[in-house]
Unconditional design. Structure first.
Length: 386
């Protein structure tokens, strides 16, 4: 039986992961769960899976949870970054699923690596911000990093039985989001509710907005560079609205391998949990005969410049990827609060990146400083837009 810690258990990835665990209670046990402030759902998860430890965002949330659990099974309750790190390093855990949203996931992911835990990585910001540091630390500690993003899991599966040195190209697929056919002059009318209405995937708010701007794919480009040790020029993004081909790998002999399946995150989560084995998930295969076809197009980088930001950040390196990510996090939050418009997200990220003095080969402290600077810069720019 494999023991698991789930960082971000109340989000879309975390809840899907617990569905996998629920289907195979003989294979997995839950040692720790963490969330930010969704205490009601966390309490229900505690009742079902009985973890030894949980961690929440702040002391107020911890107190509320303790009251809710009074008289019932109650695990150790921690809070704040120190609580998330303690959960990531919990002694009886074999594997940590890093599914926290945003830059907040970096420190717990590194803590899990330092503790020698297998890492199932769904938090792409960990590698976007500090890919070189994270991968070097994993090699030093002998830790496996198993990708949970559906695209990176697909690439990982395509490479099984093949040699990485034979890899020539990665085809990273993207649904295109809800606005792939919307003319640019109508972007000013886009509301948060419209952007959250993803056509094929059921995701959390932040990732849904990132999908609408193609920033989610931009982050995945940088993540793929580190996970598969390729140059950014070896990665081609393709718009694939059916979301059936999760990604493809091209080899030096001209052959291409693809991984296909219904758009359900349980596939990738279960593969990471059980690798190298596979588990029955009671999921259907795609109905290929009923499909009108599988289509692929180049992304429109004029309407959606996020991919250009990512390629620039990859080529420049240093602290620029962390700055790009931080500016985007602030911009998405402002858009969800209706403080800025949809197109303002691109403007903010572009201007913050342009104003940054990049630091080469930064230590972790330098990356955190750049992240903080970018957030302050983005907030100041927002004030000029409202």
């Amino acid at each position: 039986m494999k023991s698991l810690t789930i960082l971000g258990s109340t989000g879309s990835i975390g809840t899907s992961a617990l569905k996998v665990v629920g289907l195979h209670p003989d294979k997995f046990s839950i040692k720790c769960l963490t969330c930010a402030t969704n205490i009601d759902l966390l309490a229900a998860q505690i009742k079902q899976f009985k973890p030894a430890m949980v961690a929440v965002l702040d002391e107020q949330s911890a107190g509320r949870l303790e009251k809710m659990l009074s008289g019932r099974f109650c695990p150790e309750i921690l809070w704040g970054e120190s609580g998330f790190i303690a959960a990531a390093q919990y002694v009886d855990t074999d594997m940590v699923l890093a599914a926290m949203v945003g830059a907040a996931g970096l420190a717990p992911a590194l803590a899990a690596i330092d503790a020698g835990k297998q890492l199932a990585l769904a938090n792409k910001e960990t590698l976007v911000m500090a890919g070189e540091i994270v991968m070097a630390r994993a090699r030093e500690k002998g830790v496996d990093i198993l990708p949970v993003d559906s695209e990176h899991c697909a690439i990982f599966q395509c490479l099984q039985g093949n040699r990485n040195r034979d890899l020539k190209k990665i085809f990273l697929t993207a649904s295109g989001g809800p606005f792939r056919n919307l003319s640019h002059d109508r972007f000013k009318r886009i509301t948060p509710a419209m952007a959250l209405d993803h056509p094929t995937w059921n995701m959390g708010a932040k990732i849904s907005i990132d999908s609408a701007t193609l920033m989610n794919k931009a982050l995945e480009v940088i993540e793929a560079v580190w996970l598969f040790d390729v140059s950014v020029e070896q990665i081609q993004v393709l718009i694939h609205p059916q979301s059936i081909v999760h990604s493809m790998v091209g080899f030096k002999d001209g052959g291409v391998m693809a991984q296909l399946g219904e758009p359900d995150m349980m596939h990738a989560i279960a593969y990471a949990f059980s690798y190298p084995d596979r588990m029955d998930l009671n999921l259907n295969f795609p109905d290929f005969a009923a499909m009108n076809g599988l289509t692929f197009d180049d992304p429109d980088t004029k309407r959606f410049p996020s991919l250009g930001f990512a390629y620039e950040a990859c080529r420049r390196g240093g602290t620029l990827p962390a700055v790009m990510n931080a500016a985007n996090e602030v911009a998405v939050d402002a858009f969800l609060k209706e403080s800025i418009g949809f197109s303002d997200i691109f403007t903010l990220v572009r201007e913050v990146m342009g104003a940054h003095t990049c630091i080469d080969n930064p230590e972790l402290s330098g990356i955190i400083e750049a992240d903080c600077w970018a957030r302050e810069k983005a907030h100041s720019l927002i004030q000029s837009l409202v």
